[in-house]
Ligand binder design. Structure first.
Ligand SMILES: Nc1nc2c(ncn2[C@@H]2O[C@H](COP(=O)(O)OP(=O)(O)OP(=O)(O)O)[C@@H](O)[C@H]2O)c(=O)[nH]1
Ligand SMILES: [Mg+2]
Length: 381
């Protein structure tokens, strides 16, 4: 009798595994996943031999080992949730400006200080001058010294310069029945691979079928890093050995995406090579080769916000070889200054679409002008 009960327990556990696997397979909609291979249902469902039963029966009935597919957080309201992460230096900047604007006497010297504060916060010279000119004129016309009114004016000027009408959506709509290739570029260490992983999570959470392409073949660890992001949300990663041609990996990824009926193929690239010209040639080739199969719907340039104006100059080179359609500003939770958002948009003429606010898997938020300006002006805590 005991044998019979034990056998039933084992068969029930095996059935549990089978169910969990099938369920997660449907949820993520991918074909061959390493997690799926790990537990072939047919083998598990074999009637257990007496010895197996004995071993199993001696142990506590164990939980079925379902693959650890994570459920990412929804993106709505992320900027609000992560607002406290925005570097404290940003709220210091907002408060500093307000204090200056509320000075007893708004003379030439104070206006210069206001401009300096904007420049120190990484707002480029063109916008810093424009903000000061506009504020100055409006303060004079209104003749106001009311702090609430001054705050409103500052908020309006910062909002205007950030251009709230720019389209900040990520285009992930491919041609009819074809995957949308999204290319991710940027200098080394900017956060490309991490951002690919974070975006994949968001896409999966929104019900998209995603394939990742590890076109950074410069370091073996790069593909490994991307795979670990993919594994967490059950997204397959197309990768080749270190030193393989990045363009062919990118091509293979799009092909794989097409064959698997994926909605989006995210292609991670290298940020460093022996020399800059080589890297740019390579990126140009990656772009051309992908487009032999499908037009790229979005090219995201990843910029580390903490590198300020200097990082911006380096990033500009990338926009010369790829048609950058959006910027992801990472590490805004670090020592970055808020004004860099303004400078980036001005220099590149493309919108900041997403912001990275931490190393955690869901620490990526859609950039919203209003929420960002509120955080600057009202502080982050
Ligand atoms: N604090 C913080 N760290 C981040 C953010 N985004 C990325 N990082 C960290 O930045 C480091 C570099 O990120 P990667 O994604 O490896 O950068 P990469 O551009 O792929 O680098 P290469 O492949 O070497 O060119 C990692 O330690 C990330 O965890 C962010 O928004 N905030
Ligand atoms: Mg990388």
């Amino acid at each position: 009798m005991i044998w019979l009960i034990a056998a039933v327990v084992v068969i029930a556990a095996a059935a549990g595994i089978t169910w969990a696997l099938t369920r997660s397979k449907n949820e993520i909609g991918t074909a061959a996943e390493p997690e799926v291979e790990a537990g072939e249902p047919t083998e598990e469902a074999e009637p257990p031999s007496a010895t197996t039963v004995e071993a199993e029966a001696a142990e506590e009935p164990s939980e079925p080992e379902a693959p650890a597919i994570e459920k990412p957080e929804p993106t709505a309201g992320r900027l609000v949730r992560l607002r406290a992460r925005l570097s404290r230096s940003n709220s210091v900047f907002g408060k500093g400006l307000l204090a200056l604007l509320s000075s007893d006497k708004l003379d030439e010297e104070v206006w210069e200080e206001i401009e300096d504060t904007l420049l120190t916060a990484d707002v480029g010279i063109q916008d810093a001058t424009a903000i000061v000119e506009n504020l100055r004129e409006r303060v004079q016309v209104l003749g106001t010294r009311d702090p609430a009114e001054l705050k409103r004016l500052l908020r309006e000027e910062l909002t205007a310069v950030l251009d709230p009408d720019m389209d900040r959506s990520i285009n992930t709509t491919g041609a009819e029945g074809k995957p949308a290739p999204v290319l991710v570029v940027g200098v080394n260490g900017a956060g490309k691979t991490t951002t690919c992983g974070k975006i994949a999570r968001v896409l999966v959470a929104d019900g998209n079928k995603v394939v990742l392409g590890a076109a950074d073949t410069f370091r073996a660890a790069a593909a490994e890093q991307l795979s670990s992001w993919g594994d967490r949300v059950g997204v397959p990663v197309v990768r080749r050995d270190e030193g393989a041609d990045p363009a062919s990996v990118a091509f293979e990824a799009v092909k794989e995406g097409d064959e698997q009926g994926a909605d989006v193929v995210l292609v991670d690239t290298a940020g460093r090579l022996q020399n800059k010209a080589g890297l740019m040639d390579e990126l140009g080739k990656v772009k051309r080769v992908i487009e032999k199969r499908e037009p790229i719907t979005e090219t995201l340039l990843i910029i580390d916000a903490t590198t300020g104006q200097n990082g911006l100059r380096q990033a500009e080179v990338f926009s010369q070889v790829t048609d950058v359609s959006g910027v992801v500003l990472t590490k805004l939770d670090g020592s970055a200054k808020g004004g860099i958002v303004i400078a980036v948009q001005r220099a590149l003429g493309v919108p900041v679409k997403l912001v990275g606010l931490g190393e955690g898997p869901d620490d990526l938020a859609p950039f919203e002008v209003e929420g960002f300006v509120d955080a600057l002006v009202d502080g982050t805590d």
